[in-house]
Design a protein around this ligand. Structure first.
Ligand SMILES: Cc1cc2nc3c(=O)[nH]c(=O)nc-3n(C[C@H](O)[C@H](O)[C@H](O)COP(=O)(O)OP(=O)(O)OC[C@H]3O[C@@H](n4cnc5c(N)ncnc54)[C@H](O)[C@@H]3O)c2cc1C
Ligand code: SF4
Ligand code: SF4
Length: 404
């Protein structure tokens, strides 16, 4: 039979591209589809049990954070926090290589060195197609270093979940918030996950652009895809440049404001526009850029030493952060949670407008995902009615015109 769950996802264009369904169902695999998103494709029948398992954990259909423990600070916009602050990796090369302050990578290095985990499942550049991503296992500082940095291109890190679960040892998982949501949801039905994955890390996520977006960057840089030896989206500085390096060693680069602001942000998949948890609420630790930007969220400086925003969201995350600081791998300083309003205005706006966007989808007759335990009403109450009305009308119009 075909999968009713996957059919509903496809009808609503709700897929995040996490890859979990491909790990659950023997006859589903992730493939690149136009204009460059990773999507599940059935290669044969999906059993009723597999369909039920997908329906229970697929983040396109359900994001249910209703049963997570609530710490003393559980902000309607910024979620649960045992510690909120800024920080950076004390490994200066790693800090420079990483996306912002290298806190995610620094924590991973510590988790490996301390024996908390035996390997890390993370996503870096595909050596055979440098603009694309490859999820792989890393096991030491140099391998974590090589995978550091943000990759603004599709990744399906859960597609090989069975392979990672079958490997000896415990592992840390790093992914987009929706990947972590999917993994936590799957853990409710698969006890191997809690036993094998003691650490889940996420970054704040504005959305995944299509690979066509990267193609537009290459075109503007005047670099032919076949000449490409390496491609980074940012990092190697803060915010760093999108950099295309040719086989002959020459390189072209573009600022973050131009690559993300002018090109990639316009290629983001639909599901990201209604993402209720793009800030890693159910990760042990979520990191982001700790910069003060303009209204569009771009940094108000040229280049600086990187600084990450760090939110420890669980006791496990808070303990790891404390240990990594004590071991001298991370430096951190506390931050008032309201400061994040100024650092991440686009994330705050999206959270406040989720309900109005879901309402527009319902009116347009589109399948609507089930969101629970995300404080969406409290977030919506922080917006002016006019802003909500504009958000509702804007999405409804785009849906009716087939432009969403
Ligand atoms: C698509 C995308 C959207 C983002 N949107 C925002 C945003 O709205 N606001 C914000 O502040 N920050 C955003 N970031 C994150 C930000 O760029 C930094 O990753 C964050 O500040 C943490 O920095 P760091 O130096 O601690 O991370 P690093 O030490 O550089 O580690 C980054 C980690 O992320 C993993 N990773 C990178 N790209 C992917 C990917 N595509 N899929 C799965 N894993 C990946 C790497 O394997 C690595 O472990 C986004 C990143 C991505 C990839
Ligand atoms: S969101 Fe993930 S689990 Fe759901 S259909 Fe897409 S790839 Fe599969
Ligand atoms: S915005 Fe949300 S749905 Fe889109 S990639 Fe990021 S976490 Fe996933």
């Amino acid at each position: 039979m075909t999968s009713p769950a996957l059919a509903r996802v496809e009808k609503g264009q709700l897929c995040t591209g996490c890859g979990l369904c491909a790990a659950i169902a023997a006859n589903v695999e992730m493939r690149m589809v136009a204009p460059g998103y990773l999507r599940p494709q059935a290669t044969g029948p999906v059993t009723p049990d597999e369909d039920r398992a997908i329906a229970a954990a697929c983040p396109a259909l359900v994001v249910d954070e209703g049963d997570r423990p609530r710490p003393p600070i559980d902000d309607a916009i910024w979620g649960p926090s045992y510690f909120t602050g800024t920080g950076f990796s004390t490994d200066a090369a790693l800090r420079h290589q990483a996306s912002s302050g290298g806190v995610l990578s620094g924590l991973l290095v510590h988790a490996l060195a301390s024996g908390l985990v035996d390997f890390v499942v993370q996503t870096g550049a595909d050596p055979y197609l440098p603009t694309a991503n490859l999820t792989h296992a890393t096991a030491n500082r140099d391998e974590v270093f090589a995978a550091a940095g943000s990759r603004y291109a599709p990744s399906a890190p859960l597609a090989q979940l069975e392979e990672w679960l079958a490997r000896p040892g415990r592992f840390a998982f790093v992914g987009k918030p929706c990947d972590v949501t999917a993994l936590r949801a799957r853990a409710r039905h698969d006890p191997r996950i809690d036993a094998k994955v003691p650490l889940m890390l996420a970054f704040f996520c504005a959305g995944i652009p299509s690979s066509a977006g990267t193609g537009r960057i290459l075109k503007r840089l005047g670099v032919e895809p076949q000449d490409l030896a390496g491609f980074r989206y940012r990092g190697d500085g803060w915010p760093g440049f999108a950099t295309a390096t040719r086989h002959d060693g020459t390189a072209e680069r573009m600022s973050y404001a131009d690559s993300w602001g002018d090109i990639l942000s316009k290629e983001v998949q639909f599901r990201c526009k209604i993402c209720p948890d793009a800030i890693g609420n159910v990760a042990d630790i979520a990191c982001a850029d700790a910069w003060y930007g303009d209204e569009r969220g771009y940094p108000s400086f040229e280049e600086q030493d990187g600084r990450s925003l760090v939110i420890a969201r669980t006791p496990v995350g808070a303990a790891l952060l404390k240990e990594a600081v004590a071991a001298g791998r991370i430096e951190k300083a506390p931050l008032d949670i309201r400061e994040i309003d100024k650092m991440q205005p686009a994330q705050a706006r999206r959270k406040r407008q989720i309900l109005s966007r879901l309402a527009a989808m319902a009116v347009a007759g589109r399948p609507v995902p089930r969101y629970r335990g995300l404080q969406l009403w409290a977030a919506a109450a922080q917006d002016k009615p006019l802003a909500q009305a504009k958000s509702f009308a804007g999405l409804l119009r785009r849906l009716m015109q087939g432009r969403a």
